[in-house]
Design a binder for this molecule. Structure first.
Ligand SMILES: CC(C)(COP(=O)(O)OP(=O)(O)OC[C@H]1O[C@@H](n2cnc3c(N)ncnc32)[C@H](O)[C@@H]1OP(=O)(O)O)[C@@H](O)C(=O)NCCC(=O)NCCS
Length: 163
């Protein structure tokens, strides 16, 4: 793949295809700090990195957030499996920048649509995704077990995250 890296101000976006044990440990910890039980663990992160697309947002050498993307087999869509900004770095516009940057990179790779599921009560996520051009396309009751309902949102990548 080309266009693996992109910069957006002080935020650098980098695609990781593999990582050392310390980075893996840090990514597991950062994911849990933001996404709790729904975070990917040390068994899945290397799989996403090598078979899917794992992007990290960095400020200097510090990883401040990540986007974990897989490709749907049945159709040409991509699926954003996980997206977060570490709690200490939230509410500074970094989520919007990281998402826009990642969507731009995916568009350059010629992908056309990005899907994501979101808990209806996740106000920060909803605000961020709506701002980034996502629209609700379905409601998935009990998606992740009883009572764990999700909205299914989709974004047209040709808008490159700007809206
Ligand atoms: C969702 C998340 C990535 C947002 O990251 P962030 O860096 O704080 O977001 P930004 O600072 O770029 O803000 C983006 C928009 O969301 C809004 N927002 C951010 N946090 C919010 C909160 N707690 N409540 C309400 N709105 C919020 C911002 O106000 C902003 O909208 P605005 O421009 O109209 O003000 C972050 O809160 C997070 O990692 N949450 C836990 C994981 C998660 O829920 N991920 C998404 C579902 S997979």
């Amino acid at each position: 793949m080309s266009m693996a890296d992109s910069s957006a101000g002080e935020l650098t976006i980098r695609r990781l295809t593999h990582f050392d044990p310390a980075t893996l440990k840090a990514l597991v910890e950062y994911g849990r700090s933001a996404l709790h039980e729904s975070a990917l663990d040390e068994w899945m992160l290397p799989v996403i990195a090598s078979c899917g697309l794992l992007y990290v947002g960095k400020i200097g050498e510090e990883i401040i957030g990540a986007a974990e993307v897989i490709r749907c087999i049945e159709d040409p869509d991509l699926y954003l499996e996980g997206f977060y900004i570490r709690p200490d770095y939230q509410r500074r516009g970094l989520g919007a920048k990281l998402l826009a940057g990642v969507m731009g990179l995916l568009f350059h790779e010629r992908f056309t649509r990005l899907l994501v599921t979101l808990a209806p009560e996740n106000e920060a996520g909803l605000r961020l995704y709506e701002k980034s051009g996502f629209k609700e396309i379905d409601y998935l009751p009990d998606r992740y077990g009883p009572g764990r309902h999700r909205l299914l949102l989709a974004a047209d990548l040709s808008n490159k995250g700007d809206s």
